[in-house]
Structure formats: C-alpha cells, structure tokens
Ligand binder design. Structure first.
Ligand code: PLP
Length: 366
C-alpha cells in the first residue's frame, strides 16, 4: 500500500541475516496436510514433558493479578535463583524475553559502532543479531572438525575493538562442553566481556559458573526455556559481577519479566522432581538416539543430538522426516555447519523410537 522508507532504518539493520527459527507444528501440518496432533516437534530443544505442574498452577494463580505491573527488579525470582545457583542476589539479573533479552541488554550497554564480538561457529545464531543492530561487527572463528574450540584461535581474533566473546557450553548445535581450562585461558587473556551461554547446562555433567567467583569479565547466561519447559514464557537470567548488574539494570527494559513468568519461574525452581525427571529423560534419550539413529551421531551433553547424514543432504532428510510428521532442525542455516547436519531434540521414549524408525525409512527413500 505504501512505498518503503529504508532511509528511516539504521544502515546496520540491512546487514542482519534473518534469524531462522525451527519450523512450527502449524506450518508443517499445513504444508503436508497432517493432523497437528500427530506431529512430533523436535526442532527447538523444548521439554517434551511440558512445564512443571507447580509452574502451571502458579501461572493460573497469577492471572487475576495481570492488571498490575510486576516488581521492577524481579526480586522474588532472583532470590529463588540465588538459592538455585548458589550466587548472591546481587549477582543475578532476570531477563525477558528469555536469554535473548539478556543478550539484547548486554549489547545495548556495551556495543557501539565499529566494536567487534567474537563468535565461534557453528553455534547459536542469535549472538550476532543484537551485536549488529548496535553497530558491532561479528568476527567468526571456526571450530575444529569435532566442534571443539581452539582457544588460541579465539585469542588471535581479539583486537582492540573486541568487546564481547560469545561461548556456548554445551554448544548448540554440537552438544559439546567447553573445557574449563580453555575458558580460563580466554578470560585471562582479554579485557573483553566473556559470555558463557549455559542454556543447556542442567543436562550436562559440568558447569562453568564457579569461575564467576574468580573473574570480573565473565557472564553466564541461562534460560527457563529448556529443562524447565517454559519456552513460551520467554524467561532467562544472567549471573554476572555486581559492577555489571548495576550498569545492566540502568539501561534494561523496565518490567521485562512479566508477573506470570516471574511466578512460574519461582515455582519451577521449587520442583526438583520435575527437574530431575526432565534431566533423566534427556540423558537416557540422547544415548538411545546416539546408538540407534542410522547415521553418525555426535556425543551430546544437552537435550539434543547432532546427526551427520553424509553423503546425504540434511535438507532432504529433514523434509522426508517432516512428511512423516517429525520436525527436526536442518543445520544448513547455521554458519559453518555445512549441508549434512541435523539437530534432533530428545523426546519421550515413544517419540524417540518413532524418530529412529523415520530416519531408517528416510535413509532408504532419499
Ligand atoms: C544456546 C542457546 N542460547 C540461548 C537460547 C535462547 O534462550 P531463550 O529461549 O531463553 O531466549 C537458545 C534457544 O534455543 C539456545 O539454544
């Protein structure tokens, strides 16, 4: 109806490649004429058990209070997170929407035109987005063929303009952990902020948060979207030095954590049963998938596995699985991930069996 007005938009925005999310159940149902109820969605690393029943109850109980703004500093949730993580409230920031909101907030206070951020690829695609929107330039460092990180390469990529180094452990989409010694090497040799993304840490054998007690340029990002099954509420948090909490809070969007999200988050943290069930389901399921998917499957410390379908193409296999009502994530939209990798979220045991069967059939069809 109207001509576009690109002159109103910051130049940096045109450099942003569109973020490609996993396909939704509705999209696939429509595309292949399937009953949405029959579709298994294993493309976004969500919790197949759903949220904790305690969190659902808290959401319902919070509903009548939705006319009132939530507390600006999310104190109740930060206190619960303090008990959960073992860090003081003064080191914790609650963020919305999700951990993505934390990344937005940090870039907002740190990145200005011409600054650089380091992103080891392949990894979670969002890091470069808020950095670019703030005028920053991502510097990509390719991971080793087994997806481990070469800390020397990261250090070589540092310049006088480097402001943030994004590290992900377990890494999405490869599922491997960053060794503590590698993180120490990087943190100790830069003045930049090192952001460790621990979205999947509950599924892993180790976390890196304890290093926060030793370094003042380290931040750990976490989320309620994965093990806590609250992706739809968009709730995340960061653990960071007090000096950074102060500056972050100065520029953060006020009330970014909604009242229902805050209450559900507190309730989810109190449900150790659901947490343990979710962790065990993922740990057992990922071993099952690793042994039974008829392609190369990488070891994983997360609630997903990475499948290499070489010599076949990930897009073809993904399409073939989707026609069977199984949504998985072709990794061809991840930088430096090539065209043969597929990320599969661990489902329930029944879903995992269906996935394996579908991979077997697709292997012969494609
Ligand atoms: C590694 C990683 N970090 C962060 C996020 C985003 O988390 P949130 O849903 O809290 O924004 C995701 C979501 O898939 C992720 O895989």
């Amino acid at each position: 109806m109207f001509l576009s007005r690109p002159e109103l938009i910051k130049k940096e925005i045109f450099d942003i490649a569109e973020y490609v999310p996993g396909k939704s159940t509705e999209e696939i149902a429509l595309a292949y004429g399937l009953d949405p109820a029959s579709i298994i969605k294993l493309s976004s690393n969500e919790n197949p058990l759903g949220p904790s029943p305690k969190a659902v109850r808290a959401l319902i109980e919070a509903a009548p209070g939705a006319n009132i703004y939530p507390s600006a500093d999310a104190r109740e949730l930060r206190e619960a997170l303090s008990r959960y993580t073992g860090f003081p409230v003064s080191n914790i920031v609650a963020s919305g929407p999700g951990m993505d909101g934390l990344l937005d907030g940090l870039c907002r206070i740190i990145i200005e035109k011409g600054d650089e951020v380091i992103v080891p690829t392949p990894t979670f695609a969002y890091y470069e987005l808020p950095a670019r929107a703030c005028g920053g330039k991502p510097v990509f460092v390719k991971r080793n063929p087994d997806f481990s990180l070469d800390p020397e390469k990261v250090l070589e990529a540092i310049s006088s303009r480097t402001k943030i180094i994004f590290l992900c452990s377990p890494n999405n989409p490869s599922g491997n952990l960053l060794p503590e010694a590698d993180l120490r090497k990087i943190v100790e040799n830069t003045r930049a902020l090192v952001f460790v993304d621990e979205a999947y840490v509950e599924f892993a054998d180790r976390n890196l948060a304890e290093l926060l007690r030793e370094y003042d340029n380290l931040v750990v990002g976490r989320t309620f979207s994965k093990v806590f099954g609250l992706a739809g509420l968009r709730l995340g948090y960061g653990i960071m030095p007090e000096w950074l909490v102060k500056e972050y809070s100065r520029a953060a969007t006020p009330f970014s954590v909604s009242l229902p999200a805050l209450k559900a988050g507190v309730a989810a943290l109190s449900d150790a049963d659901h947490l343990n069930k979710s962790i065990n389901l993922a740990r057992e399921g990922r071993e099952y998938l690793r042994k039974n998917i008829p392609f190369t499957v990488y070891p994983s410390q997360a609630n997903f596995v990475l499948v290499d379908v070489t010599p076949l193409k990930s897009k073809k296999i993904t399409e073939s699985l989707m026609k069977k009502g199984i949504i998985v994530r072709s990794c061809d939209s991840f930088r430096e991930a090539g065209d043969s990798l597929i990320r599969v979220t661990v489902g329930t045991p029944e879903q995992n069996e269906k996935v394996v069967r579908a991979f077997e059939i697709s292997k012969t069809e494609v």
